[in-house]
Write a protein that binds this ligand. Structure first.
Ligand SMILES: NC(=O)c1ccc[n+]([C@@H]2O[C@H](COP(=O)([O-])OP(=O)(O)OC[C@H]3O[C@@H](n4cnc5c(N)ncnc54)[C@H](OP(=O)(O)O)[C@@H]3O)[C@@H](O)[C@H]2O)c1
Length: 301
């Protein structure tokens, strides 16, 4: 019997993974981790084990992971601090007898990648590989769901601002990542010690993406290239400071422009220029395209 534990189960990605798992996994074989078990009381009522666990409190993790075999470690959000949080989760998993961890890293992991947060994932991938546990690493491309919120200022102001014009990206939907996670968590030996690049089906330039929004919403959008310094000024004019702001509810404000602009530079330098067949290889299904997802977003508005 493969007993599965899901960290980050109350989050947007975690909820999708749990919903996929519950299609085939009996509730009693699933343990969900959250700092606030009340958030998952609906699932507890269905017979799923919901446990309090905090990446900053290893004892809570060891107790929550005990008795399980396979674990999903959804990366935490706080840049810098999360390296130790992930380390706590990996060490606690090892102590409590977990055999295999599926970890959500990020696309473009490379020592030269200038994105502020990329270094966290390099360290966490290394910690996982050196832990001696079996693992599957998902290098998730930028979520397709990020683009409709990102496009709002361009749709309202008529200008899409980007650092450079060379960057290409193959956005992937959270739903596809969740399907991949559900498969690998149920069949860990088939995905033993592998790193997957999870991308959507189309490699797109940002000018092309801006045109997609312009056509779909029937609004003119001009594409304007800024330098990194000008991009920081632009974010500042939208109320986004340079540092992470932990209490922010808007994700853009949360990350801060140091993270965002460094990611824009990484896009332009080609670190995200990756197209893989891994979603289809894992799930047997073609991933959802950005075009389809933003059409669904528009229909839902
Ligand atoms: N590829 C991309 O485009 C992209 C974009 C944004 C984010 N990400 C990454 O993907 C991850 C998941 O995204 P999401 O949209 O599902 O995030 P989300 O909705 O913000 O969920 C984050 C989850 O992390 C859990 N968490 C946070 N701090 C924790 C801690 N100290 N201990 C235990 N659990 C903790 C939260 O659980 P509780 O609050 O219930 O404890 C929550 O379930 C993010 O954390 C980030 O690393 C990727």
């Amino acid at each position: 019997m493969n007993k599965i534990v899901v960290n980050g189960a109350s989050g947007t990605l975690g909820k999708l993974v749990v919903s996929e798992l519950l299609k085939t996994v009996a509730p009693e074989n699933l343990t969900l981790i959250t700092r606030s078990p009340d958030k998952l009381s609906d699932l507890a009522a269905k017979g799923v084990c919901v446990c309090r666990g905090d990446y900053r409190d290893p004892e809570s993790l060891e107790a929550a992971y005990a008795g399980n075999d396979t674990m999903l470690l959804i990366s935490s959000i706080m840049v810098g601090r999360r390296v130790q949080e992930h380390r706590n989760a990996i060490e606690s998993a090892k102590k409590s007898g977990i055999k295999h961890i599926v970890y959500t890293s990020v696309a473009g992991v490379h020592p030269g990648n200038p994105t502020v947060s990329a270094g966290d994932h390099i360290e966490s991938e290394r910690d996982l590989i050196e832990s001696g546990l079996s693992y599957t690493i998902f290098r998730d491309q930028t979520y397709s769901e990020m683009f409709t919120p990102m496009a709002q200022s361009a749709l309202m102001g008529g200008v899409w601002y980007q650092v450079g014009d060379k960057g290409k990206i193959a956005p992937v939907s959270r739903q596809d990542i969740a399907r991949c996670a559900a498969v690998c968590l149920q069949e860990p030996t088939k995905h033993y010690r592998v790193t997957y690049e999870l991308t959507g089906p189309d490699l797109l330039g940002f000018r092309e993406i801006s045109r997609m929004f312009s056509t779909l919403y029937d609004r003119p959008i001009q594409y304007e290239i800024l330098t990194p310094d000008e991009m920081h000024e632009k974010f500042a004019s939208w109320g986004i400071g340079r540092d992470v702001q932990e209490d922010a509810t808007n994700p853009g404000v949360f990350w801060g422009s140091d993270e965002l602009v460094s990611a824009y530079v990484a896009f332009d330098e080609g670190y995200h220029n990756i197209l893989s067949h891994h979603v289809e290889f894992i799930t047997g299904q073609k991933p959802v395209s950005l075009q389809q997802l933003i059409e669904e977003d528009k229909a839902a508005l």
